[in-house]
Write a protein that binds this ligand. Structure first.
Ligand SMILES: [Cu+2]
Length: 177
């Protein structure tokens, strides 16, 4: 387990590295860099958005090859220190809301512990289910109150479906590679 301080300093180093990569790449092809990334970086700087949101933005840039890291090891480091999380956003309970799990399909490597965080105003559960929608006894949480978390470690690759037993219209996926 990496200490919080070490983790933060590593993230800070990664950000400096990525920002310099962005600068280099944007000189080569300025029109490829979406304007929203500048706002995202500013918002992260002033604390308007969370670290997870900022890192998700960087992940988006990498996955869509808007920025390219020359060295695969550096890319691995970025993902190693991003705590794999699924956010249950505020309003998730309401079928009329677009309060989907964030992300809807979380992709992780085998051996990863995934943390679900309930940021909604009402309790939710995390219930593993098979592809037909039957509950399977793989990972099944008690009702999570606002701010509570649930953890499960995925040791084997596969596609894992889950839903909330209190709001069964909310379904999500963990893909383990
Ligand atoms: Cu729920």
């Amino acid at each position: 387990m990496v200490s919080k301080i070490l983790k933060n300093s590593i993230i800070a180093s990664i950000c400096v590295f990525l920002i310099s990569s962005v600068a280099i790449f944007s000189m080569a092809s300025a029109e490829s860099l979406p304007p929203w990334i500048k706002n995202t970086a500013l918002w992260y700087g002033d604390g308007s958005i969370s670290e997870t949101e900022f890192l998700n933005a960087i992940k988006f840039l990498l996955e869509n090859k808007i920025i390219i890291l020359e060295n695969e090891t550096e890319k691995e480091i970025v993902f190693e220190y991003v705590e794999p999380r699924v956010i249950i956003p505020n309003g998730n309970f309401d079928v009329a809301n677009t309060g989907f799990y964030i992300p809807l399909n979380l992709e992780v490597r085998a051996g990863t512990t995934v943390t679900w965080v309930n940021e909604d105003s009402v309790p939710h559960t995390i219930q593993s289910q098979d592809e037909k929608g039957n509950i399977v006894a793989l990972f099944n949480s008690a009702p999570l109150l606002t701010g509570e978390t649930f953890l499960h470690t995925f040791d084997e690759s596969g596609v894992y479906n889950y839903y909330c037993s209190l709001h069964p219209w909310r379904v999500g996926i963990i893909t383990v590679r």
